[in-house]
Design a binder for this molecule. Structure first.
Ligand code: SF4
Length: 97
């Protein structure tokens, strides 16, 4: 059984050393955002694999309550961009309340 998620799409991601990234596109089925400290992408994993390019990622869950787009731990943005943050990845659409 497959399900369809109605979530904001990841419109672009600059973290090209992530295993899910191909051509600045995230191919995870969905990402989780927020590590309690920053709007970090919790799904990012370094590695070399062929991501399933049939997948276009969306924001499955977001723990960043102090973002203007956060509705009860779900992202309400039209779309989201992800960028580099040191060795990690971060939601750059994040906008503080
Ligand atoms: S825009 Fe805000 S609510 Fe959406 S994923 Fe980024 S931090 Fe979370």
């Amino acid at each position: 059984m497959e399900i369809t998620l109605n979530v904001p799409v990841i419109a672009g991601c600059d973290v090209t050393d992530c295993a899910y990234n191909s051509d600045h596109t995230c191919h995870a089925k969905a990402i989780s955002v927020g590590n309690g400290v920053s709007p970090a992408c919790d799904t990012m994993v370094q590695g070399d694999m062929e991501p399933d390019e049939m997948n276009i990622a969306g924001v499955g869950a977001c723990k960043v309550r102090d973002c203007v787009f956060n509705n009860d731990l779900e992202c309400g943005a039209a779309h989201v961009f992800v960028g580099r943050d040191g060795d990690g990845a971060v939601c750059v659409t994040y906008t503080a309340l």
